[in-house]
Design a protein around this ligand. Structure first.
Ligand code: NI
Length: 393
């Protein structure tokens, strides 16, 4: 164990400078061209077989061990966000309005470092490793694009693993849990239509603003009244638009938002009640509603056996760490598509350091993490891969 940790530590300077370089050149989903070129360059330098353009801008590389055995897939996301960076860091984004505000720059650095460490131990491996560098994780369909292009094989991996640097928790914390760990996400778009008119003559109009306000309020009862208090779900209306003038009742109002759930049954209940409340409340106000519901990602479900092995590895690698074994987040992540099709585990690696001011949350213009976390994510993935591909197993 100490050996893996030492090896991960020995790559820290390289991983950090690579992460900082990527941080200066962030690219939005499906436009990760410079990033993909860097990834290809690093992987080819290791002598790996590399395929670029998988799922548009994704990269896949395979490391064949000296002996046959299982296939482990390690997945890393590469995209940035449309945010203007405000960290003031020396390595801040050089691209106006685009920023690595979720830590995916760190994930790429971990992935390339893992490729280095595992390539150096090729002779000891019984089995192979598929490194998947995925574009467009931020709600743009990167995982689906890679799966459509064959990232999951054949051959199909025996295990899929990924880490996420996690600023909601401090350095020295790890979240490794069996079962659902990130929520299923659905997006909604509602148009409430009534009849416009003069603001001072509401009786001659059918006011969609009042209907929309009633819908927002009524939706709050779904989670509190229709679901078991022990189940988790979120309905957030995050955008509400209608009208321009103070004296004009608009003819329609648009609403957008998101629904998050963990269990299929809770999702069914929430969607059913959601549809019903939106339509019926609109109609009670003499308006009509059209509802567009788009599934974003399924719930992310960790395999119980793989999660347990990862927990035991984490305890051996980091005996002093705070290991949380029933951590869940309502955020959604498209690694869920990989985990739907192969057993595996998604690991949260605490990366905040409040003393150094590195604790802004993900997707915030001041987001930055403690780079020591790169070592921890790297050691976990390399350790798990070596465990799975050890000839004596
Ligand atoms: Ni992310």
């Amino acid at each position: 164990m100490q050996e893996i940790l030492d090896a991960a530590r020995s790559l820290f300077d390289d991983a950090r400078s690579l992460r900082r370089e990527l941080h200066q050149h962030p690219e939005l989903g499906f436009r990760e061209e410079r990033t993909a070129r860097r990834v290809v360059q690093e992987l080819e330098a290791l002598g790996l077989e590399v395929a670029a353009g998988v799922g548009k801008t994704g990269v896949v590389a395979t490391l064949e061990g000296a002996q046959p055995g299982p296939l482990v897939l390690l997945r890393f996301d590469m995209d940035a966000l449309p945010i203007q960076e405000e960290t003031g860091a020396s390595y801040a984004s050089q691209v106006p309005g685009v920023m690595h505000a979720c830590g995916h720059d760190g994930h790429v650095a971990i992935g390339l470092s893992a490729a280095k460490l595992l390539s150096a131990r090729q002779a000891e491996l019984a089995g192979s490793v598929r490194f998947v560098f995925q574009p467009a994780e931020e709600g743009l369909g990167g995982a689906q694009a890679m799966l459509a292009d064959g990232a999951l094989g054949p051959p199909k991996p025996d295990q899929v693993l990924a880490v996420h640097l996690w600023n909601e928790k401090p350095l020295g914390w790890l979240g490794i849990s069996p079962g659902p760990v990130m929520a299923a996400g659905d997006i909604f778009h509602i148009q409430v239509t009534g009849k416009g008119g003069h603001g001072a003559l509401p009786h001659l109009a059918r006011d969609p603003v009042v209907a929309a306000a009633a819908i927002v309020t009524a939706l709050q009862s779904v989670v509190t009244r229709n679901l078991s208090p022990l189940a988790a779900a979120v309905i957030s209306v995050t955008s509400l638009h209608g009208g321009e003038a103070f004296n004009v009742i608009p003819s329609s109002v648009e609403m957008k938002g998101t629904i998050r759930t963990f269990e299929a049954e809770a999702r069914r209940t929430v969607l059913e009640r959601f549809n019903r409340i939106v339509s019926d409340v609109a109609s009670a106000h003499a308006c009509t509603a059209t509802i567009e519901l788009t599934p974003l990602t399924p719930a992310m479900v960790n395999d119980a056996g793989v999660a347990q092995r990862m927990q035991s590895l984490a305890r051996r690698l980091f005996p002093d760490f705070d290991l949380e074994t029933n951590y869940r987040s309502m955020v959604s992540e498209d690694m869920a598509f990989f985990l739907e099709q192969a057993p595996g585990c998604f690991i949260f690696v605490g990366s905040a350091n409040p003393e150094r001011g590195l604790d802004a949350s993900h997707h915030h213009p001041k987001f930055d993490f403690d780079e020591q976390a790169l070592i921890y994510g790297l050691a976990l993935l390399v350790g798990a891969t070596l465990d799975a591909l050890h000839p004596s197993r």
